[in-house]
Design a protein around this ligand. Structure first.
Ligand code: ATP
Ligand code: MG
Length: 331
């Protein structure tokens, strides 16, 4: 395995990640247009952006689970090893030990005819070589950890007998069973009602803190990311346009897109007033030609934004891709 570890290497390092897809028409579509971020062991990073901005593709690239028509450039380093250089065996190990995923729709990732207990035990028996009895006991403990009452009964049930919220807790337990260093959670609560959403998020947050796991939390909801993440990266049209500590992002959002996302949230809208929406349509990564991808929706764009794509630069404690980003501009 290609090891590039040094004392400062974070758990996950993504550098100039680019993903292009070749369509059946043979046209090439840039989907991810060069993103960089680091994730330290035990740290939680929120990856936030509108639908189509490239969040899930980023997660899939980290797991090397992109579709066959995808071409990847750049480097992803996990625990000091280049993911792009991993053999099949090493990749299997990455997916069964190093990194675990939790998805939006648990029902799409669980066999509907097997019991919950079988689902949880299968992975442990096949990848860890533990006995079925030991796996069963561990699964029961894990279900207790995610606050599922009467775990023994739940383990004998089939997925359709569990609510969406309970099933998502089962998926969190399955992720923890891997004893990962990193959890990639791709909109794990988007399909749930608000109360259940809060419960599931609280459990994920509690467990990852207790176990000191790193979390890449993908969501379109900036507030939700703020509630659980140390840092937040905002994606737009296949690039990260702002990345910085979550604390303070509300008051010092530096990219106009981040500010627009914050303004569009119901919590910041007075009762009785219409929810502010971001004018215009999201820009697809492959539609970006010259200049800033956000300029057609941006209230402060200038001719410079038409001609030059802004590069990432440090603005205070954040990195921002905007010609007009400054410290101290309130949200
Ligand atoms: N197999 C594919 N073929 C063509 N385009 C694709 C394919 N998969 C994804 N895309 C495109 O890549 C872009 C990024 O997709 P991605 O799934 O990463 O978005 P996302 O930010 O996760 O959005 P969402 O919030 O809706 O989940 C989208 O515009 C999507 O249409
Ligand atoms: Mg997605």
């Amino acid at each position: 395995m290609t090891n590039v570890d040094d004392d400062n290497t974070p758990l996950l390092r993504v550098r100039d990640l680019r993903v292009d897809l070749t369509l059946p028409s043979l046209a090439r579509r840039p989907i991810i247009r060069g993103i960089d971020f680091d994730l330290a062991a035990g740290e939680a990073l929120g990856l936030v952006g509108e639908s189509g901005s490239g969040k899930s593709m980023t997660a899939r690239a980290i797991m090397r689970l992109l579709p066959p028509n995808a071409e990847t450039h750049g480097t992803i380093t996990f625990d000091g090893n280049l993911v792009g250089a991993m053999s099949k065996t090493q990749l299997r190990r990455l997916r069964s030990h190093g990194v675990a995923m939790v998805f939006q729709d648990p029902r799409a990732h669980i066999n509907p005819v097997r019991t919950v207990g079988d689902f949880l035990c299968e992975g442990m028996v096949s990848t860890r070589g533990v006995s079925r009895k030991a796996a069963w006991e561990r699964a029961r403990t894990l279900l207790g950890d995610v606050h599922i009452a009467d775990p023994e009964r739940r383990m004998r049930q089939r997925p359709y007998e569990l609510s969406g919220g309970l099933l998502q807790r089962v998926m969190i337990a399955a992720a923890l069973a891997v004893e990962p260093q990193l959890i990639l959670a791709d909109e794990p609560t988007t399909a749930l009602d608000v109360t259940t959403q809060e419960e599931v998020m609280a459990i994920l947050d509690e467990q990852r803190r207790q176990r000191n796991l790193a979390l890449l939390f993908i969501t379109h909801d900036l507030e939700l990311a703020a509630a659980v993440c140390d840092r937040t990266a905002v994606m737009y049209a296949g690039r990260i346009v702002e990345c910085g500590p979550t604390e303070g992002m509300h008051s010092t959002a530096r990219h106009p897109y981040t500010r627009a996302l914050l303004a569009a949230r119901p919590a910041t809208t007075e009762p009785g007033l219409r929810l502010q929406t971001i004018p215009g349509r999201p820009m697809a990564a492959w539609d970006v030609s010259t200049g800033c991808s956000f300029r057609s929706r941006c209230p402060i764009s200038t001719t410079e934004c038409e001609h030059d794509e802004p590069q990432q630069r440090a603005v205070g404690t954040a990195t921002v891709s905007c010609h007009h980003a400054q410290i101290g501009v309130p949200a």
